[in-house]
Write a new protein. Structure first.
Ligand code: NAD
Length: 492
């Protein structure tokens, strides 16, 4: 087949990583990746069809059933994973730069989450699996029972565009450690950086079929979810897609973890230190230009110091530097796509037409006509029932809602269908922990919010099912099996 490419784009990648090789697509669909800050084409990626997914799943199945990966010792698997980590680390700078160009992520953040974190996760799960006994023997009425942890099987991993490398590795690393084989389907918007994982896997000597990568859109994603030879789906993306995927996995009795959307609250208590709060706002509420599932885009402010908090948040938003995400001085890059820009501007219009008060921002920044930029925007006096306070905007748009007393703050924080991130700001850490314990959410910070890759991460309510990260995530990729043996000897 012939894939149409943009002239002069050395980043074009038109084959898929299947069974240890770069193979030609079965179909002819392509996606032109466009640099978010300039709207200039970056490269063309082939997009897979159900037939490409089928080839990738069959390769993963063969590697699981006939290959050695699931039966190697954990020490051998860990050694391959460490080589994979080294190969990714060697590419870290190029990878994080590419992601920033694709999706607008400020380069410092991209260095951490797309450059360093994937290699770090491979190292972490290599260490964890080596330390985990996969078999134990316990006495039973008939003699002994051998309790084993076995790989769950072939994993279909589906990822979004906002943190493409780390979100992929949050699935791939524990899956590989557990002895599973994987078909990864990255999002079209960040297809180009997805190929880096294939290059690194080849360099590391990952056995054929253990990791397969097909860049594709929703339909091919749905084909992966329902493929009869897949055992588990690990999905990160919108709640709307998660509902469809969860329903299909339920029908098939297929294991699945769902990491979905959020609308998290930053609860500022009446004793908060405003300097600490403002210093944490970038990570807590504006991280990745607001294109982060955990952003605390609803700020709950006590009436006793409401005006000071509104001024502080607006001051922070005005002080942000909007521009090219590759410039280390920039704190707010562009939206990842035209569609994402339109979505965010649509929500800003909703806010302007509501009873809320626009305090700063409210449109596209002057002088940045090319690139999908949005001004950091703050609405105050927002009723928590308003759509801008209830729906995930996924851009640098903040709402501020007043409250009276900690009980009302907790009630408002929980007055959402989501439960993913959150934060509490106070000079009394014990009081902060008490409030944090009452918020129905998967992660929450006290005077600080930054994801801890060593602790379980995920959502309550419509933010998802299951947890990734931390040692706990290994359980997503392991099945228990009990073998009833008659020999009492085993019980030693
Ligand atoms: P999306 O749901 O549109 O797409 C995510 C991925 O799923 C893409 O690869 C897409 O091709 C695929 N997909 C979409 N519909 C599918 C279907 N029916 N079957 C199979 N695959 C399908 O999400 P997006 O716009 O790419 O990402 C933004 C969303 O992701 C936000 O809602 C954000 O909150 C969420 N997110 C959640 C987390 C988390 O850890 N909870 C992390 C990052 C992003």
């Amino acid at each position: 087949m012939t894939v149409t490419t943009q002239p002069g784009t050395e980043l074009d990648r038109t084959r898929f990583f299947i069974d240890g090789h770069w193979v030609e697509p079965r179909g002819t669909d392509t996606h032109v990746a466009v640099e978010a800050a300039t709207e200039v084409p970056l490269g063309t990626a082939a997009l897979g069809t159900a037939a490409d997914i089928d080839a990738a799943v069959r390769a993963a199945r063969r590697a699981l059933d006939e290959g050695t990966w699931g039966r190697t010792t954990t020490t051998e698997r860990a050694a391959v994973m460490r080589r994979f980590a080294d190969a990714l680390a060697a590419r870290a700078e190029a990878t994080s730069t590419l992601v920033s160009r694709e999706n607008g992520m400020p380069i410092g953040l991209s260095n951490a989450f797309n450059g360093a974190a994937p290699a770090g996760l491979l190292q972490m799960y290599a260490d964890l699996i080596e330390a985990l006994p996969l078999e134990s023997v316990r006495p039973s009425p008939s003699g002994s029972t051998v309790v084993r942890r076995e790989p769950v099987g072939v994993v279909g991993a589906i990822t979004p565009w906002n943190y493409p490398q780390v979100l992929a590795m949050m699935k791939v690393a524990p899956a590989l450690a557990a002895g599973c084989t994987v078909v990864l389907k990255p999002s079209p918007e960040t297809a180009l950086d997805g190929y880096v994982l294939g290059d690194a896997a080849i360099e590391a000597g990952l056995p054929p079929g253990v990791l397969n990568i097909v860049m594709a859109g929703r339909e091919a994603g749905a084909a992966l979810v329902s493929h009869p030879l897949v055992d588990k789906i690990a999905f990160t993306g919108s709640t709307a897609a998660g509902r469809l995927i969860g329903a299909e996995c339920g029908r098939l009795i297929r294991r699945c973890t769902l990491e979905l959307g959020g609308k998290s609250a930053a609860v500022v208590l009446d004793d908060a230190d405003l300097d600490t709060f403002v210093a944490g706002l970038g990570d807590a509420s504006f991280q990745n230009n607001g294109q982060t599932c955990t952003v605390q885009s609803r700020i709950l402010a006590p009436r006793s110091c409401y005006d000071e908090i509104v001024d502080a948040v607006a001051g922070f938003a005005r002080s942000m530097t909007v521009g090219d995400p590759l410039d280390p001085a920039v704190t707010c890059g562009p939206m990842a796509s035209q569609a994402q820009l339109d979505r965010v501007l649509g929500y800003i219009d909703l806010g302007r037409n509501s009873a809320a008060r626009l305090v700063c921002g409210g449109g596209r920044p002057a002088g940045l006509d090319r690139g999908w930029f949005v001004e950091p925007t703050v609405f105050a006096d927002v009723d928590n029932a308003e759509r801008i306070a209830q729906e995930e905007i996924f851009g640098p748009v903040i709402t501020i809602t007043p409250y009276d007393g900690d009980d009302e703050a907790v009630r408002l924080a929980n007055d959402t269908e989501y439960g993913l991130g959150g934060s509490v700001w106070t000079t009394d850490e014990e009081r902060g922990l008490t409030v944090a314990r009452r918020v129905r959410t998967g992660t929450i910070g006290v005077n600080y919010y930054l994801q801890d890759l060593g602790a379980p991460f995920g959502g309550m309510k419509a933010s998802g099912i299951g947890r990734e990260l931390g040692p706990e995530a290994l359980d997503n990729y392991l099945e228990f099996k009990s073998i009833y043996a008659s020999s009492a000897q085993l019980a030693r």
